[in-house]
Design a binder for this molecule. Structure first.
Ligand code: SAH
Length: 456
């Protein structure tokens, strides 16, 4: 069993009380629509990602922040995620599943609870986006294995959407030992397949579209924050997009500029009633949410999205992390993680009425509703080793303390509408509804984690 490591000082949130002020100059300086990133650090002109980006910019002009982020993080040859295993104390940032096993265990209970709430369908796909080192899935699958009886013979399969070949290897090692094989051709939609150590079929994909249809519980933990954002600034001439350009005074450096004319993105992505002057929008996240909503509506299931986030209120959250410290987003591109808080109000809007949405609720509330206090007590009761006990308590504090990950980290869910309604009264012959009768069906189970009636 994975044990909790001593991680004080290593979480993203501890080193990030606020975002760096990227927007330091105002648009009103007529000749100077351009402004620099806040850091003095140079982006290492020898760096191949830097060369790749500058040749792109030289060829076509400034690139959007979204294109910059996409290239830096997921370029198939030199992207940060494609090249690195960046998680954990020796990497650039640490995440909740890496901090404490309890986190994944409670999410495992959440998945089971939603499967039960949906009437225990006989086939059940667990789909995880961006599984990192595989720790979350591993903890969930341990719960499934321990509660095999509750699953009552349902055919469970595991599906991972992961862009990084490097991380997919780490995941495969964690989840299958050596029981997985890569596909013969790189173009296969399923690029790796195997059997988990708990005996379930497991497959890896690059895109959601390749995951088979069917009842699924979708999990995305610290995934949406890694998707590319567009950045906009309100000016006296209207909304303008912020882009990445080469600094003409120092060609070894990149800088952020406000482009003078509207772009397709600046005309399409800003809400008419937007009040903020700096806005970040993640259209790729919106598209994934729409696809998830359609699948959940048609096939049944639920999605749980957990990330640093806000409800359409924050500005300037785009930031970099390297070695557990904030890092200039434009310096040494490809050597640091890039991230932006998730705008849950945008995701809710993109999901529309296709599904029922709940949240965001804070990580502290979600985990407490899921019974984290009880689970901690059980583990402590069964553990005599003082250092493991201290680590369990420290992990609990990191996850739930409002000053650490408890408040800023938030949970949001999308559910099939039937999940929240009582069964319909029976239809009379000829398709006519019978006269109103007291609804007899059992009340739907509460959605664990989002109300106090969770499975504690
Ligand atoms: N969920 C894990 C890892 C978070 S890091 C945890 O909480 O520990 C982000 C993960 O998303 C990595 O596995 C990264 O390779 C993956 N990822 C980033 N962009 C992606 C994309 N566009 N498609 C699929 N996976 C992506």
């Amino acid at each position: 069993m994975r044990t909790v490591r001593a991680l004080q000082g290593l979480s993203r949130v501890l080193v990030c009380p606020c975002s760096p002020p990227l927007f330091v100059r105002s648009w009103s300086v007529a000749q100077s629509q351009r402004f620099s990133s806040s850091s003095a650090e140079k982006p290492m002109p020898g760096n191949s990602m830097f060369r790749h980006l500058t040749s792109k910019i030289k060829a076509t002009g400034p690139i959007s922040v979204a294109e910059y982020m996409r290239e830096v993080l997921t370029n198939p040859v030199m992207g940060y995620y494609v090249q690195n295993d960046m998680l954990g104390p020796d990497g650039d940032f640490i995440t909740s599943p890496e901090i404490s096993q309890i986190f994944g265990e409670l999410l495992g209970i959440w998945c089971l609870s939603e499967w039960m709430g949906a009437g225990k369908p006989s086939r059940f796909q667990l789909v995880e986006f961006g599984p990192g080192r595989g720790s979350l899935a591993n903890d969930i699958l341990r719960v499934f294995s321990q509660l095999r009886g509750a699953l009552g013979g349902a055919a469970v399969s595991v599906h991972l959407v992961e862009v990084s070949p490097k991380l997919s290897q780490v995941q495969a090692q964690c989840l299958t030992g050596d029981q997985s094989q890569v596909s013969a051709s790189e173009d296969e939609p399923v690029y790796r397949q195997g059997t988990t150590t708990t005996g379930l079929p497991i497959s890896w994909y690059r895109n959601l579209d390749d995951v088979p249809r069917g009842f699924s519980i979708y999990l995305a933990h610290e995934f949406f924050d890694a998707l590319p954002i567009h950045m906009f600034q309100g000016t006296e001439k209207g909304w303008r997009e912020v882009m990445v350009d080469i600094d003409p005074d120092d060609p070894g450096k990149l800088r952020l500029v406000i482009v003078p004319a509207p772009t397709l993105a600046s005309t399409q992505l800003i809400q008419a009633d937007e009040k903020r002057r700096h806005v970040e929008v993640c259209p790729e996240g919106g598209v994934i949410v729409q696809r998830l909503a359609n699948r959940i509506a048609e096939d049944g299931g639920a999605a749980l999205i957990a990330d640093y986030g806000h409800d359409g209120t924050k500005t300037d959250t785009f930031r970099g992390f390297k070695g557990h410290k904030l890092h200039d987003v434009l310096a040494s591109p490809g050597s640091a993680d890039l991230t932006a808080d998730v705008d849950y109000s945008y995701l809710r809007r993109m999901a529309g009425a296709t599904v029922a949405c709940m949240g965001p609720v804070s990580q502290k509330d979600f985990l407490k509703n899921m019974g984290i206090d009880t689970r901690l007590q059980v583990l402590l009761r069964n553990c005599a080793d003082p250092s493991t006990r201290a680590q369990l308590i420290q992990g609990y504090d990191m996850l739930t303390n409002p000053l650490k990950m408890g408040e800023r980290f938030q949970f949001f869910t999308m559910l099939n509408h039937s999940r929240l309604t009582r069964p319909e009264p029976e239809q009379a012959k000829g398709g006519k509804k019978m006269a109103p009768v007291p609804k007899k069906g059992p009340a739907p189970l509460p959605v664990a984690g989002f109300s106090e009636l969770g499975l504690s």
